[in-house]
Design a protein around this ligand. Structure first.
Ligand code: T68
Length: 835
């Protein structure tokens, strides 16, 4: 009987229930509404319709999802496991419809049921399971892995509460809880049969067994259950659906009932709370993360669940653990899962009986580590006492790894104890810490940065000692973004225009965009390009009016800076320019300046006071400028609350100018910079992160460059940097700073922005003052260029046409070739691509 069902499964794709005819899709929507949601048409809501449609789409994914899994197992292929504490997936519906290739039929089916597809797409609340760039990169990479047919799985945490929602009250950020699962999640499937157990705390005992081998038994105090929830990740017309497996922590019943039955009610309840807390909430990337025990619990929880799951999968496909590393390539998305190095050693040595050397050989050939930050304060380290009490066995293992590692350092660099102390995984200066980046470096085959400059700075600065020891481990993989979500879904107008000229192959092969280059010189095409840009801006303007009540003029230049709020990203430098323009205009109301709308969006970490003050500065400046009839014909400032992936899909396509103005040497890569440029925005930016590569790709003449280089920043600081002197000698800057300090933009309250102003005058660690004048000059060039719309459109087209290399498909090919050693892709995985 079972056999029969499995024999039939191939035909499920084409059966009446899940075929892609308009009739079957309509029936699917109605059936799901009735049978899954339990609603009659007459009383169903927009949310019900979205859900019914989502289930209907999921029904069309299932066959390829299961087939993909079976094909990978059959073909005995190396699998990539992408471990990430964050996956910022964004809404699935539109992207799944595009990737399945069923846009037209779905639109028609919805229409025939009197449903508006775009409206339904707008109902989906996005799973905000990430902070920003790092989590969104993971999501783009999953899209590309499935599109290229690379056997891969994402592993992370199914946070019950994702990234907080941001409201603006009285100009300040207020954080609201994100309960994204309120209406249920139609995309995921709970897989209770694949549960695993994870221990915490307790103690270890060691002894020599009858063969004289050293053995360790870890007896944890708490054991929690990890329950996997799987979401299919559909490749763009590749016939492949990979899996994102997110772990939810739950109480372990036997642990709970043992305590309960022995009368320890408090202990039982405590264990349940302990367990359920672990996957409760995503940490915003605060300074505060440090020292938070729950954060380390989260990291260990999902990493252990994932490694146990990989081992089980490896063994059930008939492989020996000895060649685990030949079948499994684990990518550590930053140091958050780097405890995995110690955990895999524990699993191999303590549980599966391997000797240390063999276990280390497997482990160090399994992991690779991607670094995403150059900020020293952002490098993770855990206080030793806390680590010891939570993961006593792992600390022993780390000591052993460290001692062997330091012997190697001593051999390679004799009589250099200073170096040994610098490189130790245990930081012994003052309070003792475990340095997670060092554990990741020691346990990984490759270490990569996310843009050329970033990788160079890792080698010469942050991880210099490791580079000197193992130069061959270091490699650059510049980030990329998926053109499916960030062009095809987000910007249907531009996509359609491009497709009408060069066909639609660019969606799966972004290098094809270069065919657009020749149209840059074609004035008829340019006017179509301008028409598209205008339509997209109107769409955003309507949205802004609805959300904020502010009316913005779509014929003004849309100048956007959307990203997390951080001093190094210098949103306040942008404000200094806005105020410079404001004063110019106030002094000479007849001044001809091209009208501009400054758009800001982004969240501040709740504990990051200066970032929150920057938001208050932006909203305060907005209040004054937008209500001043002398300037508001030319200048508008809008802070878009609750910036997220969904909102990004509206903003990137509508921007004329993209602000990428971080202090050089601070932004590892940036990915928003790529999304903007692909959508035809011109960039004003520093030589930082991937800006450098973008500028080289689009042509220096099509990029507005300003500011100190990373090397100049270092030299300037070394020579003694005195921002106060710049303030004294630059009249325009002085006027702006004095204006902020005087309370002119804070209803007369001169103390409000004092911490910001004093910080700039006295130390200015991100060199805003040093870059101020070149930034203003560069902005003036931007204004001048914008006045010539033909020239601007030409530059815009060149930008879009030359962004092929910033597709995440290219990044994933780089990882396959240089890091994972995967050469054979499984494109098609047994299903026709058009399905
Ligand atoms: C970003 N990092 C980089 N971190 O800042 C950005 N951190 O330059 C780069 O383009 C992007 O990664 C992708 O490589 C982050 O987004 C975090 O979100 C984060 C989260 C938790 C803890 C530390």
């Amino acid at each position: 009987m079972l056999k029969q069902i499995s024999k039939e499964h191939d035909s499920i794709v084409d059966d009446e229930r899940t075929s892609n005819t308009v009739a079957a899709l309509k029936q699917g929507i109605l059936d799901n509404l009735f049978y899954v949601l339990g609603k009659r048409v007459e009383v169903s809501t927009d949310m019900d319709h979205f859900m019914a449609l989502a289930y209907t789409v999921r029904d069309r994914i299932l066959a390829r999802w299961l087939t993909t899994r079976e094909d990978y197992a059959k073909n005995n292929v190396r699998t990539v496991y992408y471990l990430s504490a964050e996956f910022l997936m964004g809404p699935y519906l539109a992207s799944n419809i595009l990737n399945l290739g069923i846009d037209d039929v779905i639109r028609q089916a919805a229409g025939e049921l009197d449903l508006d597809l775009n409206h339904l797409i707008g109902q989906e609340s996005e799973p905000g399971l990430g902070n920003g760039g790092l989590g969104r990169l993971a999501a783009c990479y999953l899209d590309s892995l499935a599109t290229l047919g690379v056997p891969a799985m994402g592993y992370g945490i199914r946070y019950e509460f994702g990234m907080f929602h941001q409201a603006i009250r009285d100009g300040w950020q207020v954080e609201l809880t994100d309960y994204w699962l309120r209406y249920g999640n139609p995309w995921e499937i709970r897989r209770p049969q694949a549960c695993v157990e994870v221990g915490f705390g307790g103690h270890t005992q060691s002894w020599a067994d009858s063969f004289g081998e050293y053995k360790v038994l870890w007896t944890p105090d708490e054991v929690v259950k990890g329950v996997p929830f799987d979401t299919p990740i559909v490749g763009y017309r590749s016939g492949v659906a990979n899996t994102l497996r997110l772990w939810r922590s739950e109480a372990n019943e036997s642990f709970y009932f043992d305590r309960f039955n022995s009368g320890d009610y408090e202990g039982a309840v405590g264990a349940k709370i302990f367990a359920e807390n672990i996957s409760k909430v995503l940490y915003p990337n605060d300074e505060e993360i440090r020292g938070k025990e729950l954060r380390l619990q989260q990291q260990y929880f999902f990493t252990s669940c994932s490694l146990q799951d990989m081992i089980r999968r490896h063994e059930t496909t008939g492989h020996s653990l000895e060649n685990f590393h030949e079948q499994c390539a684990v990518q550590l998305n930053d140091t958050h899962p780097s405890i995995g190095v110690a955990e895999l050693m524990r699993l191999l040595v303590d549980i599966h009986g391997f000797g240390w050397d063999k276990a280390w050989d497997i482990t160090s050939h399994t992991f690779n580590y991607t670094n995403h930050t150059l900020l020293p304060e952002a490098l993770e380290r855990w206080s030793l006492p806390m680590f010891q009490s939570l993961l006593p066995r792992h600390l022993e293992i780390i000591y052993e790894i460290n001692s062997r590692f330091l012997s190697l350092v001593r051999t390679k660099f004799p009589n250099d104890e200073a170096r040994v102390a610098r490189m130790s995984i245990i930081d012994e200066h003052g309070e003792r810490y475990v340095r997670m980046a060092y554990l990741a470096c020691v346990g990984s085959g490759h270490i990569n940065g996310v843009a050329k400059l970033h990788t160079e700075l890792l080698k010469s600065d942050v991880l210099r000692d490791f580079y000197e020891l193992w130069p061959e481990k270091f490699i650059n993989v510049t980030n990329g973004v998926t053109p499916r979500r960030w062009l095809a879904v987000a910007n249907p107008e531009q996509s359609e225009l491009m497709t009408s000229k060069i066909g639609h192959d660019w969606i799966g092969d972004l290098d094809q965009l270069s065919k657009l280059e020749r149209y840059a010189e074609d004035s008829a095409f340019r006017s179509e390009w301008q028409g598209v840009q205008r339509a997209v801006k109107v769409r955003l303007a309507q949205y802004i009016a609805a959300k904020t009540g502010i009316s913005v003029d779509p014929s003004s230049m849309f100048d956007a800076q959307v990203k997390r709020i951080h001093e190094y990203k210098r949103q306040h430098l942008n404000v200094l320019y806005i105020l410079t323009q404001y004063y110019r205009q106030k002094k000479d109301p007849t001044l001809e300046i091209s009208p501009r709308t400054f758009l800001f969006g982004g969240k501040a970490a709740p504990g990051y006071f200066m970032a929150k003050l920057i938001i208050k500065l932006i909203t305060s400046v907005a209040e004054v400028i937008n209500s001043d009839p002398e300037v508001n014909q030319h200048l508008k400032v809008v802070f878009l609350p609750d910036y997220n992936v969904t909102f990004g899909q509206l903003v990137y396509p509508a921007a004329d100018l993209s602000e990428q103005i971080s202090t050089a040497g601070k932004e590892a890569s940036g990915t928003g910079n790529m999304k903007f440029a692909m959508n035809g925005a011109l960039t004003i930016g520093t030589l930082d992160g991937a800006n450098i590569e973008i500028r080289d790709a689009v042509g220096h003449e099509n990029f507005f460059l300003f500011g100190l280089t990373a090397a100049e920043v270092v030299a300037r600081k070394a020579a003694g940097y005195h921002p106060h002197q710049i303030y004294e000698s630059n009249g325009a800057l002085r006027e702006v700073i004095d204006g902020i300090a005087s309370g002119r933009f804070s209803r007369g309250d001169g103390s409000l922005f004092r911490p910001l102003v004093d910080g700039l005058l006295n130390s200015d660690p991100y060199l805003l003052f040093a870059d101020y004048q070149t930034y203003v000059d560069c902005q003036d060039r931007v204004c001048k260029t914008y006045r010539d719309q033909e020239a601007w459109s030409k530059m815009s087209i060149y930008n879009a046409a030359r962004m092929g290399q910033f597709s995440s498909d290219r990044s994933i090919r780089d990882y396959c070739k240089d890091i994972w050693n995967i050469t054979r892709f499984e494109i098609g995985a047994g299903l026709p691509a058009s399905k």
